[in-house]
Design a protein around this ligand. Sequence first.
Ligand SMILES: NC(=O)c1ccc[n+]([C@@H]2O[C@H](COP(=O)([O-])OP(=O)(O)OC[C@H]3O[C@@H](n4cnc5c(N)ncnc54)[C@H](OP(=O)(O)O)[C@@H]3O)[C@@H](O)[C@H]2O)c1
Length: 303
Amino acid sequence: MHTIYSEESVASQQGKTVFITGANTGIGFETARIFAARGARVLLGCRSKPRATQAIEDIQTICPKADLAFVKLDLANLNSIKAAAEVVQAESSLDLLINNAAIMAVPRSLTEDGFESQFGVNHLGHFALTGLLIEKMLAQPGARVVTVSSLAHRTGKINFSDLNGTASYSSMSRYQMSKAANLYFTLELQRRLSLVDSATLSVGCHPGIATTEIGRHFPAWLRLITPLANPFFNSAAQGALPILYAATSPEVIGMGYYGPTKRGESVHSAGKARIAEHILDETTARHLWERSIALTGINFNLK
Ligand SMILES: NC(=O)c1ccc[n+]([C@@H]2O[C@H](COP(=O)([O-])OP(=O)(O)OC[C@H]3O[C@@H](n4cnc5c(N)ncnc54)[C@H](OP(=O)(O)O)[C@@H]3O)[C@@H](O)[C@H]2O)c1
């Protein structure tokens, strides 16, 4: 009989260390909770210590034996990313890196390093973080980098001539661009891992549409009506299932992409998801990779 993928499907994660960005709320929090309940050591990469501490307390209430640690991480600041990577380097191993944190549809602003914030936090921040941790992961059998994208990737195009959104800025298309970048990155990382015969996998996933704080920058009218639609969406816990699947299922392959399986991948459990055709373009992926190195100064040294 075909069983629906659920929290109970996740095998024991005893002995594994997982680093989750944006783990204090939403999908990242639920992912941290489930990993902790399955026995993993969970590092919560968060920008706010009070929010991370609250999340840790909440998980420990449900799961008193949870092995949790806060790692200060602001993806809008390369120095903070470097400091977080140093903390994680000191761990005895790193099995799973979950690139989950994101901001959505914010008014135009710049990161500490002068990058447009959605592209900077959602893509460049995770690019740099992964680049700083990849060597540690190469040494770890079964390691995976899981990057969270979105249905929004389908309409996302990388505006190479205006990466900072200086000439024009639409808060929604910049989010779409950043989520397309997440997937170009996922695929290009796997190509480069394969070139050096590494067993480490790069995998993508998305939560469908899930009830979280992601809409906090939406216009007031939209925030007002969203609760009416929430019963038709995934819960944050359901939205975490594709991450759990991508990170732990033995059926997962490098360059694989996973998400909810019903209503156009917007709801339900986890299974294979569809990558939009334009994301498969290797020239764009390579170009994005090179620009990301130039902007962050982080080189993966994979070849
Ligand atoms: N919810 C959905 O329907 C949906 C749909 C498609 C894709 N996704 C993707 O799912 C992932 C999780 O989103 P969510 O829905 O759980 O959103 P959320 O509830 O808003 O959580 C986002 C997390 O990212 C963190 N974050 C934001 N900026 C950061 C920074 N500069 N440095 C470090 N952490 C930062 C937030 O921390 P603070 O609490 O401190 O702000 C929070 O922990 C994202 O990649 C999102 O694009 C979500």
